[in-house]
Design a protein around this ligand. Structure first.
Ligand code: GAR
Length: 190
């Protein structure tokens, strides 16, 4: 199964997935990283890990359709079968959704449908929630919506610093995301 990972920032989930593939825990090839920010640290990780990457900035295109058509050309050239969003801070549009039905998976740092958007961890923390978590789901046209594949809870204790919560969430993501990707790949193959 050839996978493209889309990421916009740090890339710790990207690296966790690449390592899981190398350890034989995910039966796939990470064939391409698609990034939308030239300064994103994930690009350095890709270089170090020997994974091909492309950086395409939406603002360089006249429309979202034009942008996604270019992305799609790269995906098709690599025969990509599954898209994994790992910290991709961009809403997937109709062009990619139509080309990859039920084949785009996202991770989000909250118990969706609670706290969607760019700041799932901060939003739960600032809301005084006593628990939050991680969701892996299939992507549809909404923001952090679509059928849930897996969810795990993380407790927030009184007096916890947000950095502690962030650390717990990211550690959980790095464990859960490769597991769910592997389970989903098996389902797609069956
Ligand atoms: C992760 O916590 C992921 O769940 C979140 O971005 C972070 C990326 O971290 N995604 C979203 O908020 C999507 N709405 P990483 O770049 O270190 O993998």
């Amino acid at each position: 199964m050839k996978i493209a990972v889309f990421a916009s920032g740090n890339g710790s989930n990207f690296e966790a997935i690449v390592e899981a593939v190398r350890d034989g825990k995910v039966e796939a090839e990470i064939a391409l990283l698609v990034c939308d920010r030239p300064e994103a640290y994930v690009l350095k990780r890709a270089e170090r890990l020997g994974i091909s990457s492309i950086t395409l900035q939406p603002k360089a295109f006249e429309s979202k359709i034009a942008y996604e058509t270019e992305v799609l050309d790269h995906l098709q050239a690599e025969s990509i079968e599954l898209i994994v969003l790992a910290g991709c801070m961009r809403i997937v549009g109709a062009t990619l959704l139509k080309a990859y039905p039920k084949r785009i998976v996202n991770i989000h740092p909250s118990l969706l449908p609670l706290y969607p958007g760019r700041q799932g961890i901060e939003d739960a923390f600032n809301d005084g929630a006593t628990e939050t978590g991680v969701t892996v789901h299939l992507v549809d046209e909404g923001i952090d919506t679509g059928p849930v594949l897996a969810q795990r809870k993380v407790a927030i204790h009184q007096g916890d610093a947000i950095e502690l919560l962030e650390g717990k969430i990211h550690a959980l993501e790095h464990e859960l995301f490769p597991e769910v990707i592997q389970t989903y790949i098996k389902k797609l193959k069956s």
